[in-house]
Design a protein around this ligand. Structure first.
Ligand SMILES: Cc1cc2nc3c(=O)[nH]c(=O)nc-3n(C[C@H](O)[C@H](O)[C@H](O)COP(=O)(O)O)c2cc1C
Length: 330
């Protein structure tokens, strides 16, 4: 139990500081926030949706969902609950979530631990060690998705992993042959320290050796020349799915994704994204069939024990937030 709780504006600030740490494709940060007293609105920033890789804004909604989860987790650790209304206004499709800050409530050690993971989490595209994840940690990842209404399928059977790897290679090939995809990737690959968005080349991993099972998205500035390195021989890959594929389901899946990532961070487990097969409709459909035909795959993640990866930058809270005056209810 804490004895002093932060003021409301400090609490809101805490939530927003956490929100902007969410992951997003190419670190595009497709969010905006509007604050009215103790209410935080999370909005989709259409100008930041990736035209080529995410034309329908599915990944942008996942990212905003992750920002929502970060706010919830950070505020719980500050002794506050949040009442969350997803897609509250049918006439404003970009308004993805409205959070009302409530509380106070006692703080549990688990809340504090999960909140600490928000700043520590990062995408780690580097090779992992050969150490396997213990059953307890695997179960915690699956439970984390479940808690947010998602389903995390660990591809434990070599046949499934091989099938996923084949889809990944196919999708990666299609994307690398597409000039529009390459141009978009180049626009979001940045020289370290020059921008508050985009992926700095230092956050990219080395090229996998020829014959490696998995292929990773490559963020590189200048001519391809980074050394090849062996990746883990038996990667742990998991697919996070939702029951439907509506905008609402995508925001919820984003919360599940982020709870999985924070749970992994908390357990000392690194993660990186392998989104290529869910970004191409044909490979996404094939992956869906592989999972039994019902759930919609939203994110593919690779887990393992790695060495520290660099943090990426974010636009300041002030840049992405609009403070509104309290609305007067008639
Ligand atoms: C929906 C989604 C899809 C992503 N897909 C990929 C991917 O395919 N390859 C990759 O290397 N990173 C991918 N990322 C990770 C982002 O590039 C990363 O979150 C961003 O650069 C910010 O870095 P951070 O995660 O270390 O904070 C994805 C992130 C999200 C939220």
């Amino acid at each position: 139990m804490t004895t002093t709780s932060p003021t409301m504006s400090e609490t809101v600030r805490l939530g927003l500081d956490a929100a902007i740490r969410a992951p997003s494709p190419h670190n595009s940060q497709p969010w905006r926030f509007e604050v009215t007293g103790a209410r935080i609105d999370v909005l989709l920033d259409r100008d930041r949706v990736l035209d080529v890789v995410d034309a329908r804004a599915r990944e942008a909604r996942l990212s905003c969902g992750a920002a929502v989860l970060n706010i919830r987790v950070a505020l719980l650790a500050a002794g506050r609950t949040t009442m969350v209304h997803l897609l509250p206004d049918p006439h404003r499709a970009e308004l993805l979530a409205r959070l009302f800050i409530r509380g106070p409530r006692p703080i549990a050690p688990a809340d504090t631990a999960l909140a600490r993971a928000i700043a520590l989490r990062r995408s780690n595209r580097r090779p992992f060690t050969e150490r396997a994840l213990p059953v307890k940690v695997r179960r915690a990842l699956v439970d984390a998705a479940c808690l947010e209404g998602g389903e995390l399928t660990l591809l434990d059977h070599p046949g499934d992993l091989d099938a996923l790897a084949a889809l990944l290679r196919h999708a990666e090939h299609l994307q690398s042959e597409d000039p529009a995809f390459r141009a978009e990737l180049a626009r979001w690959t940045v020289v370290n320290g020059t921008r508050d968005d985009g992926v700095p080349a230092v956050a990219g991993g080395p090229r996998p050796e020829p014959g490696s099972l998995l292929t990773l998205r490559h963020y590189e500035v200048g001519p391809a020349g980074s050394p090849e390195r062996p990746y883990e021989r038996q990667p742990l890959v998991a697919v996070l799915s939702s029951y439907t594929d509506t905008p609402l389901a995508q925001v919820r899946a984003g919360q599940a994704m982020q709870r999985v990532l924070l749970t992994a961070t908390n357990a000392g487990v690194s993660a990186s994204f392998l989104s290529q097969p869910v970004e191409i409709p044909a490979t996404r459909a094939a992956l869906r069939r592989m999972l039994g035909g019902q759930p919609y795959p939203q994110v593919v993640l690779r887990f393992g024990y790695g060495f520290t990866a660099p943090a990426t930058r974010r636009r300041a809270v002030e840049t992405v937030t609009r403070q509104r005056t309290e609305e007067v209810t008639p």
